[in-house]
Write a protein that binds this ligand. Structure first.
Ligand SMILES: [Zn+2]
Length: 106
């Protein structure tokens, strides 16, 4: 039991480090190298309706997986541009990002 808790804590610490690291990198200004980029605006470039195959485990009353079903769900793939401005030197940059919108219920 203790090992599970320790493993869980380590996993959480790693995840937190990755999230913090990614946030810092995304805030780093390419010009003055300071972590002072601030998001100023966001514009949508493209929106594509597509489908994704999702896996769903069907469980019995005790929580045991009795079968696995695959289902096609509609998703929207969105490509968008995020504009940043450096609070330190005023440099303006933009980054292309992708996002997938899933329906809430499927
Ligand atoms: Zn800067």
């Amino acid at each position: 039991m203790l090992i599970v808790i320790i493993a869980g804590a380590i996993m959480l610490a790693i995840m937190a480090a990755i999230i913090i690291g990614a946030t810092l990198i995304s805030k780093k200004c390419p010009k003055c190298k300071k972590f002072s980029l601030k998001k100023v605006s966001e514009e949508e470039l493209e929106r594509v309706a597509t489908t994704r195959n999702v896996r769903k485990d069907i469980k019995d009353a005790s929580g045991k997986v009795i079968r696995t079903e695959y289902k096609e769900i509609p998703v929207t793939k969105i490509t968008y541009k995020v504009n940043y401005k450096c609070k330190n030197c005023g440099e303006e940059i933009s980054k292309i990002r992708h996002r997938e919108d899933k329906p809430l219920i499927y």
